[in-house]
Design a protein around this ligand. Sequence first.
Ligand SMILES: NC(=O)c1ccc[n+]([C@@H]2O[C@H](COP(=O)([O-])OP(=O)(O)OC[C@H]3O[C@@H](n4cnc5c(N)ncnc54)[C@H](OP(=O)(O)O)[C@@H]3O)[C@@H](O)[C@H]2O)c1
Length: 324
Amino acid sequence: MPSAIVLHRAGPPENLKFEPVAVGAPLPGEIRLRHTAVGVNFHDTYVRSGLYQTLALPGVPGIEGVGIITELGSNVKHLNVGDRVAYMYRGYGAYSEERVLPAEVAVPVPAGIDDEVVAAIFLKGLTTWVLVHEVYAVKPADWVLVHAAAGGVGSLLCQWASHLGARVIGTVGAEHKMELARRYGCSHVIQYRQEDFVTRVKEITGDEGVQVAYDAVGKDTFMGSLACLAPCGHLANFGQASGPVPPFEVSALFTKSNSLSRPSVFQHLRTAEKLHAAAAALFKGLNDGVLYPGHIATFGLADAAQAHRELESRSRQGSVVLKI
Ligand SMILES: NC(=O)c1ccc[n+]([C@@H]2O[C@H](COP(=O)([O-])OP(=O)(O)OC[C@H]3O[C@@H](n4cnc5c(N)ncnc54)[C@H](OP(=O)(O)O)[C@@H]3O)[C@@H](O)[C@H]2O)c1
């Protein structure tokens, strides 16, 4: 019997238990997958802690993975047994050796990219594509602010936005991340635990402000990000690593005619057409060397609790992956 990480009760990382689980045959429209690598995301820590109560317990967490198809449901024609595929899926279940999954979410992975790299950047890279193309279309010479610029999504955002010709200002929480953020394409890096990032952004942009601020830090940075916006600038609040953003007055957007979004990658890529277009752009970016996956911290599936501790510690950089 294959094993998986099962969460019986929301709480600390040690609540993630490695146990045998039954995996059935795929129904029509489904595939059975043997995972080779699974991406660990902040979303998983919210589910584990109970901040998001979106996984029915007991349940297997995890929203993205890479693996080999071992069985096809009766009417699945566009995939084959033996195909290597990646997916992101809101139905959870990724922290497992084997699983059954809707075939429509599986995207074939081109040869030449390691499973570990795909698991590190698939959901984060698709999120980045959505942020720089759909939520706000980044243009050459735009000023772009990216918080947690040495993190998983942050490092990809800096690279993609600077590739599109933007001038990227990154914030990081520690000295050792500053050089990394520069390597990811930031023209300016602010250590936002030591410096007031709003003042620095105003100095850097000559009081103009930024056309877009990408903020997944949430509670600690939200109001500051708003203050950094240029007239008609956009704030994309796509996460809450420091905690949920408290309620705020919508009229605060009026003075500079700013706009605000709270995007979800799953909603933006809910059609197969969009998902495949974004994935193709992501794999091309990797192949062309536009995107570098950065440091990947790997753990065994049974060590998912340790992987969560790593992800939640602010000292780290890059992505966290479970190797299977
Ligand atoms: N909306 C979507 O569809 C979507 C999709 C994917 C990810 N996300 C969000 O994107 C964010 C980044 O995800 P990721 O997996 O790439 O993580 P990550 O950026 O690698 O890690 C989060 C970073 O946030 C910063 N941070 C600031 N305050 C923190 C605090 N109190 N505790 C922990 N970290 C803090 C830290 O960087 P510094 O030390 O440099 O500040 C930390 O490294 C998450 O909020 C996630 O939920 C959203």
